[in-house]
Design a protein around this ligand. Structure first.
Ligand code: 26Q
Length: 807
């Protein structure tokens, strides 16, 4: 259905009257925001019902994307854009005297994720809907998403993110589709006439209530659902306790049940065996699988056909309880034998790995697992026993290998091994990462089941990250090559026709300048600092982690500062180094690094000798909507992880698409960016993944670098002597001495010189603006392969074996 401006206006008027009982004259901006969102929601709902009936008619294979995180960001602009009614709606709200941009600013981010993995899930939902796939996302409706970050005296402080206050407009509660989820208790097995009857008693129940968030495709009839589960207590109060006068205690159980969906764990770097996290994971898996099976039984009814009709994707190991839970359903509820149940489970599930860092691989304490999920534990034990037999066949006598590959070993349940043993496909998220999985981390699995391993390089929602975040650039590209790139990002290569067109290159520079002005304005408002929009904007935005090496960036800035102090009148192009990053709340070193960046900023920005040539900005509370402001203004994209550690990176793709040039190591998807743009259009430095391993094995000694490299020594000594009155002895110690005998684990000092040199090269190149602009154009032109549309098609074709719904 087409919506005219008049219809939209009428619909909003109705909402205002019905929901707020007021007329146009009395309405507040916030009420207009809500009314507008509700009208958009109704439009989506109508489209969704149409799309669903086609999915049913065509018996399309359904995909379910299970993820503990979906970093949705804001929805109003995205939905209006995808529905093709943004301009109309702008005019409608203007009739109320409101600028639609101020409605956009009012909307809180749905911060239901930490970083890359969560944002990837959201980008994929967008692409799947655009590609007309039937794809349902499942996650948790955290009452509090990723914390709000404030910087106080250089320190990160965390505050709760009460997003539901305003963000709930996009959620449609479905109390009628709630499911029971059971924890704790005891399991007994009885063999009756050759049938194993499992009895589960003394358990504690939680009710999982779904909330639907609709996700529309761009210029597409498809509207899919992101289903978010909320935990509710089954009994409002415990009447036994209540009647005994224990009023407060009677409420306690409620609170315990409802705590499950209270808050997102803000760690994305290391895994912690917390009972509440295990319960969150089981809530997601158990409720989602019940919902999937209910739909499937209604539409098909033959469990043996499950793998033909349903694909379930496990986004990292966080939802890996899908393996034993689907087994449980098939065994205990459908009465299948083990072999058939296992066959169906393996063929239905696929798993994406997002990390090679061993501290991030999930391992649950066996006792906790057995206590919280007794039936699931029994099933995992049996999977482990049978997998052990296979391992014995292949690696008989090699106890170290078998121990490493076992699902249960040393009183731990290893979730990645469980996924590898079961899922029919396992993929890494960039070519390099997938190679490392095959050749190193999971080599012994690859050896016995090579057919499972595959690669799908990550992708990003280019419509959000280019068309919506950078409308001026997007508009200019449309002038040059038409608007076909919005649907098919590969069309961006046609920009190469303008590679030597002076006017085009200058216009690109002008657009970048405007975006820099917009960011400079924000910096002025939030940090109280004036930055020169003609300076080079050098950007590192991502979660804070040692392996991502924000420390290398800030040490190098300290070095530039030293050089400037030696020669304050040097004729160098001014630079602004921009950081934004949240650290996991318990990650002490990460927080120290944030403090260091802020203290360096304080000193550098206030020194009259240097402040016109060098500025350092730390923008607090990095989130999707802030990324949408920073990325279009970036000229240099810092992707400087130690090679071999960053599985892919997706910020690198977003920055490239907006014309920033990558300054990076050969890590993750940077390798594929190089492949696209060629070595003349990227600033590469540092050791390769292989060199990192070699150097590590041959005994890496950062102290030797400290002793022999004066630039390094000056910077590290400065950490010890203090910056803006604060010393950073722990940071200096970890770089040179290190605890547990591992100094500079991420080889920051080893790559220092190479990093310093590449930055000199960057400055040289920037002084030839035409050359730099051409590099920028080439980066935009070659970013098409990094669209999530490409990635999602690979998942659909190679892993899920599903097709677009025809229209
Ligand atoms: C695990 C257990 C307990 C609590 C938290 C976690 C947890 C949560 C989130 C562990 C890891 C994460 C997130 C990881 C992540 O974002 N990885 C990134 O995924 C991106 C998408 O594939 C890649 O581009 C990045 O390279 C990778 O670091």
């Amino acid at each position: 259905m087409e919506y005219s401006k008049e219809t939209l206006k009428k619909l909003i008027d109705e909402k205002i009257l019905r929901h707020f009982g007021c007329k146009e004259q009395e309405v507040t901006e916030q009420q207009i925001y809500r009314a507008t969102a509700l009208v958009v929601r109704d439009i989506l709902m109508e489209k969704r019902s149409e799309f669903e009936s086609n999915v049913k008619k065509q018996e399309t294979k359904r995909v379910y994307y299970m993820s503990m995180e979906f970093l949705v960001g804001t929805s109003l602009k995205n939905n209006l854009f995808n529905l093709g009614i943004e301009e109309k709606m702008r005019a409608v709200v203007a009739d109320y005297g409101v600028n639609i941009d101020s409605l956009y600013e009012m909307e809180p981010d749905a911060g239901l994720g930490n970083g890359g993995l969560g944002r990837l899930a959201s980008c994929y939902m967008d692409a799947a809907a655009t590609k007309q796939l039937s794809c349902t996302g499942f996650s948790i409706r955290y009452e509090f998403g990723i914390f709000k970050q404030k910087i106080v005296d250089g320190w990160q402080m965390e505050f709760p993110d009460n997003w539901l206050d305003m963000g709930d407009v996009w959620l449609v509660p479905r109390e009628d589709e709630a499911f029971e989820v059971k924890f704790d208790g005891r399991v007994t097995e009885n063999w009756e006439n050759g049938v194993n009857r499992v009895e589960y008693t003394d358990y504690n129940s939680v009710i999982a209530v779904p909330y639907d968030m609709m996700i529309s495709g761009y210029d597409s009839p498809a509207v899919n659902n992101l289903v978010l589960w909320s935990a509710k207590s089954p009994n409002r109060i415990d009447m036994d306790l209540f009647s005994r006068g224990e009023y407060v205690k009677s409420m306690e159980k409620n609170a315990m049940a409802e705590a499950i969906s209270k808050v997102l764990y803000p760690a994305d770097d290391h895994y912690e065996g917390k009972a509440l996290r295990l319960k969150q994971q089981y809530l997601l898996v158990c409720a989602s699988l019940q919902s999937i099976m209910k739909q499937f039984m209604k539409e098909c009814g033959d469990v043996y056909q499950l793998p033909d009709k349903v694909a379930i994707h496990i986004n990292d190991t966080h939802p890996s309880l899908c393996v034993p839970e689907l087994m449980r359903i098939l065994l205990d509820e459908h009465g299948l034998n083990w072999d058939d149940a296992w066959d169906i489970t393996c063929k239905t599930l696929a798993y994406t790995n997002h990390t090679v860092m061993s501290e991030a691989l999930e391992r649950w304490p066996e006792s906790l697992f057995a206590e919280k999920l007794p039936r699931i534990y029994q099933i995992v034990r049996e999977v482990d026993r049978r997998f052990g037999l296979i391992l014995n066949e292949h690696y008989s006598g090699d106890y170290a290998k078998i121990n490493y590959m076992d699902i249960i070993a040393n009183s731990q349940v290893k979730m990645a091994n469980l996924c590898l043993a079961c899922c029919h496909k396992v993929n890494g998220v960039s070519k390099l990462h997938s190679d490392i999985l095959k050749n190193d981390v999971f080599h012994d699995f690859y050896y016995i089941m090579p057919e499972k391993f595959t690669n799908v390089t990550n992708g990003i929602a280019h419509r959000r990250w280019l068309c919506q975040a950078n409308p001026e650039l997007s508009g200019f590209i449309t002038e040059l090559i038409g608007d076909g790139f919005i649907r098919d990002a590969n069309e961006l290569v046609r920009l190469l026709d303008y590679e030597n067109d002076r006017a085009v290159l200058e216009r690109l520079q002008k657009i970048k300048h405007n975006n820099k002005l917009r960011l400079a304005q924000y910096i002025k408002e939030h940090n109280g600092i004036n930055v020169d929009p003609d300076a080079v904007f050098d950007v590192q935005v991502k979660r804070l982690h040692e392996y991502k090496r924000q420390l290398l960036n800030v040490l190098h800035i300290m070095h530039i500062y030293n050089k400037l102090l030696e020669n304050p009148s040097a004729d160098v192009k001014p630079r602004v180094f921009i950081f934004a990053a949240k650290a996991s709340a318990g990650y002490v070193m990460a927080k120290q690094i944030i403090r260091l960046i802020n203290m360096v900023a304080r000193e550098v920005n206030s020194n009259p000798l240097t402040r016109d040539k060098l500025k350092v900005i730390f923008l607090e509370d990095y989130r999707v909507s802030l990324a949408e402001l920073i990325i279009p203004a970036a000229e240099i994209s810092e992707q400087i992880s130690v090679a071999g550690k960053e599985a892919s990176g997706t910020g690198n793709m977003k920055l490239m698409l907006n014309g920033a040039i990558t300054c990076g190591t050969l890590d993750g998807a940077n390798v594929e960016i190089l492949e696209q743009v060629g070595k003349e259009n990227i600033f590469l430095f540092g050791m390769t993944a292989e060199e990192v391993i070699k150097q590590w094995q041959s005994g890496y000694s950062p102290m030797d670098i400290y002793n022999s490299n004066q630039d390094v020594r000056l910077v590290i000594d400065r950490l010890k002597h203090g910056i803006s009155g604060t010393t950073f002895n722990d940071v200096a110690y970890s770089l040179t001495q290190g605890s547990y005998g591992s100094a500079d684990s991420y080889m920051t000092l080893a790559d220092f010189d190479s990093y310093k040199n590449i930055h000199e090269e960057i400055l040289k190149t920037y002084s030839d603006r035409e050359k730099f602009n051409r590099m920028s154009l080439i980066n935009i032109a070659k970013a098409g392969v990094f669209s999530a549309d490409r990635a999602i098609k690979e998942y659909a074709d190679d892993i899920w074996k599903t097709k677009s719904v025809k229209w």
